[in-house]
Design a protein around this ligand. Structure first.
Ligand code: CMP
Length: 140
């Protein structure tokens, strides 16, 4: 199995409720290592560029408003099959549809305020990691 890196974002609904440590425990118990992490407040431009793939969706403006409504924690997670593993740990986009034991099912509020983001492919993981981190900030 390949060791991969994926980008994770702990979103404003989670930082507001002070549950970033609880979310990190889900990652670590699944065998994902947090090899980079920083807390920041996204600018509107950063949110719009990061989510540009959703620019045509009806929820795009609302999504950007939400992502800049409070601090986020951006992270690089490393481990075997990290991209798929993280998506499994996160659960379905809509917490209402998630499997028991997943982050979004246990902690998410609704389809928008779903507590975490994770890269969906190797290519996107590389792009999303480079969006937030210099290689020197990632310590495996
Ligand atoms: P994420 O995995 O970060 O990718 C895009 C985000 O858009 C998603 O999590 C949700 O926060 C949000 N999102 C997806 N679908 C909807 C929707 N139907 N309504 C509002 N927000 C959504």
């Amino acid at each position: 199995m390949d060791v991969e890196r994926t980008l994770s974002i702990i979103k404003p609904d989670a930082t507001a409720r002070n549950i970033t440590g609880k979310i990190n425990t889900f990652f670590e118990e699944a065998g994902l290592r947090i090899v980079a992490q920083k807390r920041l407040h996204l600018t509107r431009q950063q949110a719009e560029v990061f989510y540009a793939v959703h620019a045509e969706r009806s929820f795009f403006n609302e999504l950007c408003d939400y992502m800049i409504s409070g601090p986020v924690v951006v992270q690089v997670l490393e481990g075997e099959e990290a991209i798929a593993k993280n998506r499994q740990v996160m659960g379905a986009t809509n917490p209402a549809n998630g499997e028991e034991g997943t982050i979004r099912k246990e902690l998410g509020v609704n389809v928008q305020e779903n507590s975490v983001h994770g890269s969906d492919s190797l290519d996107n993981a590389a792009k999303e990691i480079a969006f937030f981190f210099a290689e020197s900030e990632i310590v495996g």
